[in-house]
Write a protein that binds this ligand. Structure first.
Ligand code: PEP
Length: 253
């Protein structure tokens, strides 16, 4: 592939019981997925379930958290810090998911700061960006992506981009069943790659994996996986179904 190993993220969001997570891990372990040198697969359970998933989920599956605190731990009730995740052996964290941006009021600058701190503590980051339907329809999509990317780039040193993937997740496609068309996905991804090339470096842009997220399922993943600038997916709903997620992990085949 042009831009490195294909990448599949599974975002379990605020879902799961001991029973359902046990079953999902069992289904994933039993599934047939490409080897780790072909596809990198990261699932992100809730903080509560991280320990049990870490103990039971087999390679090549890797694990991530869905968020972390913006700085060093301490008197921040309810938060989980990047250094705790790293200490615990969690390699990845999702930052700037649209649900945190909208429901928890995380703005571009906070997301940028979170990326910087998580990277500084040795975590790898799935940084999420994406416009709302209103922003797209009013012609502001590229302004929004520009601002979101700029905040992340301002906080990411050149050497740290190897530990970063960017997920383009149009908000109107998340959890709605309305997937971006191949043209819409490719247009946004090409914009992101050019932005990174112009504002960070051409080498970083060439190596950076750009994930598409928003109503990806086993039926639409094949077409999207073939797009030039789509290097993987971030999957919400379908990542809770073992069989669907396994199919998506095989999207390139
Ligand atoms: C997500 O939450 O990152 C996501 C893409 O959700 P869904 O696949 O359910 O649209």
């Amino acid at each position: 592939r042009a831009h490195g190993r294909f990448f599949i993220g599974g975002n379990w969001k605020c879902n799961g019981t001991v029973e359902s997570v046990t079953q999902l891990v069992k289904d994933l372990n039993a599934g047939s997925v490409p080897p780790a040198d072909k596809v990198e697969i990261v699932v992100a359970p809730t903080f509560v379930h991280l320990d049990m998933v870490k103990k039971t989920l087999n390679p090549p599956f890797e694990i991530g958290a869905q968020d972390c605190w913006v700085g060093k731990g301490g008197a921040f009730t309810g938060e989980v810090s990047a250094e705790m995740l790293h200490d615990f052996g969690i390699p990845w964290v999702i930052l700037g998911h649209s649900e945190r941006r909208s429901l928890c009021r995380e703005d571009d600058e906070l997301v940028g700061q979170k990326c910087e701190y998580a990277l500084s503590q040795g975590l790898k980051v799935i940084g999420c960006i994406g416009e709302t339907l209103a922003q797209r329809e009013s012609g502001h999509m590229f302004d929004v992506l520009d601002a979101q990317l700029r905040a992340i780039a301002n906080h990411t040193s050149l050497g740290n981009w190897v530990n970063m993937v960017i997920a383009y997740e149009p908000v109107w496609a998340i959890g709605t069943g309305v997937v971006a068309t191949p043209e819409q996905a490719q247009e946004a991804h090409a914009y992101v790659r050019k932005w990174i090339s112009d504002n960070v470096s051409p080498d970083v842009a060439a190596d950076l994996r750009l994930l598409y997220g928003g109503s990806v399922n086993e039926s639409n993943c094949g077409t999207l996986a073939n797009l030039e600038d789509v290097d993987g997916f971030l999957v919400g709903g379908a990542s809770l179904q073992g069989a669907s997620f396994i199919s998506i992990c095989n999207a390139e085949n």
